[in-house]
Ligand binder design. Structure first.
Ligand SMILES: NC(=O)c1ccc[n+]([C@@H]2O[C@H](COP(=O)([O-])OP(=O)(O)OC[C@H]3O[C@@H](n4cnc5c(N)ncnc54)[C@H](OP(=O)(O)O)[C@@H]3O)[C@@H](O)[C@H]2O)c1
Length: 304
């Protein structure tokens, strides 16, 4: 069984790291564990400035000698915000070693992003894809200096529950998809995370692209969830979840280990997995990737 411990995190000298959703849960914990390995800078991207500032203040208190922690304003539910975040980052940095697409929402009430997409799909899939593609040229340049430069995408074991009769009804992703249960919308978004990362990996030769799922980890992910039965169920289930210090190691492995391979999907901790039958459906993967390219075309050069 592969294993990876916090002590296995390599030296990160000179490296520039961007973690989305860095103010809480797995994102915060990932930054907390990486910070003592001497990166040049870590960008904590978050949609809420007060929450980000609180997280930065806590992290600084634990690491008083580290001066490289920066806030990046980012709302993944808005293409304009993602574009502005990428521009803000690129105005300050010419290097990006690790892009960790960690932020996400789970089983929330129905809604739409600013751009009119189903809220979970827009936040979990389209926003991270746009951020990735806006920063990909910089990741590629960095790969000339650091062959370990990479993008990590958070999926979920729950991707295996994505409903085959809805994957992918792209016209409905331009609606709140109210006819679908919130669990179906979440699992579909996490399947799409996996399809997107695998499709990008097939096209990318310089930057490592690594999808990962952390197992069930005790974070706040369920707090914004909805449903008379679902919400209490999630609150009960979290009592049996992995503590966040250990839970974050799956994505930390994907983000920093030289043993994490390009295009491979990993589960806890560093275990190669193949994903569900739908996840392995190459035609579906391609359809998803082309759909994402068409939705982002106004904001970034599509990838063929
Ligand atoms: N925990 C698990 O068991 C589990 C299992 C499988 C996969 N995952 C995945 O792991 C990732 C991290 O989740 P977590 O468990 O750490 O949950 P969490 O504690 O709720 O953290 C999620 C983070 O994403 C941020 N976020 C949400 N919407 C955003 C938006 N529109 N723009 C920017 N940031 C946004 C949140 O910001 P706010 O604080 O402002 O809400 C928060 O920082 C997610 O992608 C999730 O799907 C988690």
């Amino acid at each position: 069984m592969p294993t990876f411990r916090s002590e296995d995190i390599p030296d990160l000298h000179n490296q520039v790291i961007l973690v989305t959703g860095g103010n809480a849960g797995l994102g915060y914990e990932t930054i907390r564990q990486l910070i003592s390995h001497h990166p040049a800078r870590i960008y904590l991207a978050a949609r809420s400035r007060p929450k980000a500032e609180q997280a930065i203040s806590d992290l600084k208190a634990q690491n008083p000698t580290f001066n490289g922690l920066r806030f990046l304003q980012l709302d993944l539910a808005s293409f304009e915000s993602v574009k502005a975040a990428a521009a803000e980052f690129l105005a300050q940095e010419s290097r990006l070693d690790i892009l960790l697409n960690n932020a996400g929402i789970m089983m929330t009430p129905e809604g739409l992003t600013s751009d009119g997409h189903e809220i979970q799909f827009g936040t979990n899939v389209l926003g991270p894809a746009l951020l990735t593609q806006l920063l990909l040229p910089t990741l590629r340049n960095t790969a000339k200096l650091n062959a370990q430069a990479r993008m990590v995408m958070l999926s979920s074991a729950a991707h295996a529950r994505a409903p085959s009769d809805w994957v992918y009804k792209f016209d409905e992703l331009r609606t709140p998809a109210a006819n679908r249960h919130t669990t179906e919308r979440y699992t579909t978004s996490k399947l799409a995370n996996l399809h997107y990362a695998k499709a990008l990996a097939e096209r990318e030769s310089r930057v490592k692209i690594i999808p990962v799922h952390p197992g069930m980890v005790a974070t706040n992910l369920h707090h914004a969830s909805t449903g008379t039965f679902l919400k209490p169920f999630l609150y009960a289930a979290i009592c049996f979840a992995t503590p966040v210090a250990k839970g974050a190691l799956s994505q930390i492995f994907a983000a920093v280990s030289p043993d994490a391979n390009h295009g491979q999907y990993y589960g806890p901790i560093g275990k190669p997995e193949s994903g569900s039958k739908l996840a392995q459906d190459h035609d579906l993967q391609e359809k998803l990737f082309q759909y994402v390219q068409s939705e982002l075309a106004e904001y970034v050069e599509p990838i063929a």
